[in-house]
Design a binder for this molecule. Structure first.
Ligand code: ZN
Length: 317
């Protein structure tokens, strides 16, 4: 069996020796880890055990201090975050976090909480997984879903919505089950915060804010902020959907009292960074320990992060 070069490099960067070196070399950087759903409890358990042994896992309330450099540097600091509010975060990750004595922040889109409606990219991925016969600009959905999603992300947001509505209509006409997806409920969010975890704003329904007009940006942020406050789960944190930074959004966040805003640019956070432009490391919750070590140590983002950022909207100024 041959390994691709990036995979081989990741394996080398994730050895125990490289892990020790990386934790030492980048000790003062804060690692904000961006996870999504939790398909494999055993793998997440392994990750949390590793973090518990070698890192200081922060509560959200400790993040500003750690970034400012006021906290101790005996062990590198980590902030765990989960995006998009998958039910598995509340059903699988929550008991594991409690077992390890850790907390995390879940970034949610209130438009789908308590519903069976997929977010737009979940609809696209679900239809592709179901093998729905649909072609978008020469890309067959079932053969190249990545190209379809990339293309949709490049459109102005109102146009992207029209295309997704057409896909949803097409899927409904063909009885495709992907038009329904079980989402987290408000009581799950409450159970999460009751256990000491926090909930953050991830926009109302997950558009790329860099593709929205100013009015839509304001609507996305304000409606979510109001919803989180109304339901008693507001915590003053925000994660840009897909890491797409937007200057109007940043101005509004300050108005809304948000103190930490996160990108998705696969980088560690240097001390004294702007708390409204914090980088995050991209990690799958079911990654094996080699890959997890390569990423949390800081090596992976240094070797591959620049390449990834070049090919997307994920660079923050
Ligand atoms: Zn997201």
């Amino acid at each position: 069996m041959t390994l691709g070069l990036p995979k081989l490099a990741t394996t080398l960067l994730g050895t125990q020796a490289a892990d020790i070196l990386g934790r030492r070399a980048f000790r003062s950087d804060v690692r904000v880890v961006a996870l999504h759903d939790v398909p494999d409890a055993r793998r997440l358990d392994e990750l949390l055990r590793h973090l518990g042994r070698h890192y200081r896992v922060l509560r959200q309330s400790e993040v500003l201090g750690a970034v400012a450099g006021s906290a101790g540097t005996d062990r590198p600091a980590v902030w765990l975050t989960f995006d998009d509010g998958h039910p598995s975060v509340f059903e699988v990750a929550l008991p594991l976090l409690q077992e390890h004595g850790m907390t995390a922040t879940a970034f949610v889109c209130p438009s789908v909480i308590g519903t069976c409606e997929p977010l737009w990219f979940q609809l696209v991925l679900g239809c592709a997984a179901e093998g729905l016969d649909w072609t978008w600009r020469d890309h067959r959905l079932d053969l190249d879903v990545d190209a379809v999603i990339r293309g949709l992300k490049g459109l102005p947001d109102d146009q992207r919505r029209q295309e997704c509505d057409q896909l949803a209509d097409h899927a409904a006409r063909h009885g495709c089950p992907a038009i329904e997806l079980r989402q987290a409920t408000l009581s799950q969010l409450r159970g999460w915060t009751d256990a000491g975890n926090t909930i953050g704003n991830h926009s109302w329904d997950h558009p790329l804010l860099s593709r929205c007009d100013d009015r839509s940006v304001e609507h996305q942020l304000r409606t979510t902020d109001a919803w989180l406050r109304e339901h008693g789960v507001w915590s003053g944190s925000f994660a840009y959907p897909d890491g797409a930074w937007n200057p109007v959004a940043e101005g509004l966040l300050t108005d809304l009292g948000v103190s930490t805003a996160l990108g998705f640019d696969h980088s560690t956070v240097r001390r004294r960074s702007n708390p409204l432009r914090l980088s995050r490391l991209m990690l799958d919750a079911d990654a094996d320990l080699h890959r997890a070590r390569a990423i949390t140590s800081g090596w992976h983002s240094r070797v591959f992060g620049a390449v990834r950022r070049q090919s997307s909207d994920r660079t923050m100024p």
